[in-house]
Design a protein around this ligand. Structure first.
Ligand SMILES: Nc1ncnc2c1ncn2[C@@H]1O[C@H](COP(=O)(O)OS(=O)(=O)O)[C@@H](OP(=O)(O)O)[C@H]1O
Ligand SMILES: [Mg+2]
Ligand SMILES: [Mg+2]
Ligand SMILES: [Mg+2]
Length: 327
C-alpha cells in the first residue's frame, strides 16, 4: 500500500547516499512498538538499520510528520492496539530503540525495516527482515516479502510488483524453516533444492550492480558450469526464494570497502540454514553475527545446498585468484 502511494518527495538520501523512505522509518517504528508491547518481560535490545538523526533536524520535520501520520493510520486500520495516537516524540523514541550494538552477550533483535529500499522504490522486490540473536547466534528469523508470490518464481515474474499476496518465511533454530502466504494461509515446511549438477542450477544475485559484482558472479557461474542466466532480485527475498528451491545458489560480492551489516543477512541466513542450505563467506567461514552490527566476511557471501557447496567454493577461489592476478 505505502509502496503504491509513495511520493518521490518521501524518498531521501542518507549520508552514505543510499535511499531511505517514510516506509523504512514507519516500519522500524511499528516493529519496535509491537516487540515492546508483545514481549514486555524480555529485556529489550534492538539493532536496527535506521536512526532518527535526519528527522531531528529542521529539514526533517515534514518527513517526521508524514511518518507519524503513516504509523498512526496503520495502527488505527489494523485495530490490534487501542492506544492514543503516537506523537512525533514517540516516533523518534521508537526509531532510537534500534540503537543497540548487538554482540555476543545476551539477546538482541536485529531489524531491517525495509531491506532492498531501491527495489521498494522501483516497485520490485523488498523484505521486512527480523531476527533474534542469542549469545551471538541467530536463533529466530522472519522474512516478509510482500511482492514475492507464494508459488515458485521464474525470472520473468520478478521485476514488477505482484498484485497478489506476498510470501512470509520463518525459522527457529533446530525446528526447520516454513513459509506461508502473507494473507495467513497454511504453513508449509521449505527445503532448499537437492540439485547436484550445477548445469541444472540457477543463481540469484543483487539487482543493483553497485551492491555486488555481476562480473565476478558470472565468472564463478561459468567455472561451475551453470547454464542459466542470473536471476537478479533485490533484498533478502533472495534467501526466501532459495529456501524453497526457486534457485540453487546466491552469490554476493560487494565492491571493495563495503562492510556488510548483520540486518542484511541474519533473518535470511537462518531461514536458508533451517531449510537445509549453507551460508558462508568466500573463504568457507560461517557468518559470525556476534561482533556487533558489522559482519566481517572474506570477499563475499555464498549460499547453496550441501551438495553444491564444495564445488562452489572451488569455483569462487579460482575466480578470486584470477581476479587478483589480473589486477
Ligand atoms: N555499496 C553497497 N554494496 C553492497 N551492499 C550495499 C551497498 N549499499 C547498500 N548495500 C546494502 O544492500 C542492501 C540491499 O541489497 P540487495 O543485494 O539485497 O538488493 S539489491 O542490491 O538492491 O538488489 C541494502 O539494504 P537496504 O539499505 O536495507 O535496502 C544495503 O544494506
Ligand atoms: Mg538502507
Ligand atoms: Mg538491507
Ligand atoms: Mg533497509
Amino acid at each position: 500500500m505505502v509502496q503504491r502511494v509513495l511520493l518521490q518527495s518521501d524518498v531521501h538520501s542518507k549520508s552514505d547516499k543510499s535511499p531511505v523512505t517514510v516506509a523504512d522509518y514507519g516500519s522500524q517504528v511499528l516493529v519496535s512498538f509491537v516487540l515492546e508491547r508483545e514481549l514486555p518481560s524480555v529485556p529489550f535490545s534492538l539493532v536496527a538499520e535506521e536512526d532518527s538523526g535526519d528527522l531531528r533536524k529542521e529539514s526533517g520535520q515534514d518527513t517526521l510528520k508524514r511518518i507519524t501520520d503513516l504509523v498512526n493510520d496503520t495502527l488505527a486500520n489494523d485495530g490490534s492496539y487501542s492506544v492514543a495516537p503516537l506523537t512525533t516524540e514517540d516516533v523518534l523514541r521508537a526509531i532510537d530503540n534500534g540503537k543497540s550494538e548487538g554482540g555476543s552477550i545476551g539477546r538482541h533483535w536485529v531489524l531491517d525495516p525495509i531491506d532492498g529500499t531501491k527495489g521498494f522504490v522501483r516497485g520490485d522486490q523488498y523484505a521486512i527482515a527480523l531476527a533474534l540473536l542469542d549469545e551471538g547466534n541467530v536463533v529466530l528469523g522472519v522474512l516478509a516479502c510482500p511482492n514475492l508470490p507464494p508459488t515458485s518464481i521464474g525470472s520473468n515474474q520478478l521485476h514488477s510488483s505482484s498484485n497478489g499476496v506476498g510470501s512470509l518465511f520463518f525459522a527457529e533454530v533446530g525446528h526447520g524453516a516454513y513459509t506461508q502466504a502473507l494473507d495467513g494461509s497454511t504453513q508449509t515446511r521449505v527445503h532448499v533444492t537437492d540439485i547436484e549438477n550445477p548445469e541444472e542450477a540457477s543463481f540469484f544475485e543483487s539487482y543493483e550492480a553497485a551492491h555486488s559484482s555481476h562480473d565476478l558472479s558470472s565468472s564463478i557461474a561459468e567455472k561451475l558450469g551453470v547454464k542459466a542466466p542470473p536471476v537478479r532480485i533485490d533484498s533478502q527475498a533472495k534467501y526466501g526464494a532459495l529456501s524453497r528451491g526457486d534457485g540453487a545458489i546466491y552469490l554476493r560480492f560487494p565492491h571493495s570497502g563495503y562492510r556488510e551489516k548483520i540486518w542484511d543477512h541474519a533473518a535470511g541466513c537462518i531461514v536458508v540454514s533451517e531449510a537445509g542450505g549453507i551460508v558462508m563467506d568466500a573463504a568457507g567461514n560461517p557468518l559470525d553475527f556476534s561482533k556487533g552490527k558489522f559482519l566481517d566476511v572474506v570477499a563475499g557471501i555464498i549460499v547453496t545446498n550441501q551438495k553444491l557447496m564444495p564445488s562452489l567454493l572451488r569455483a569462487v577461489k579460482e575466480a578470486l585468484n584470477e581476479k587478483a592476478s589480473s589486477l
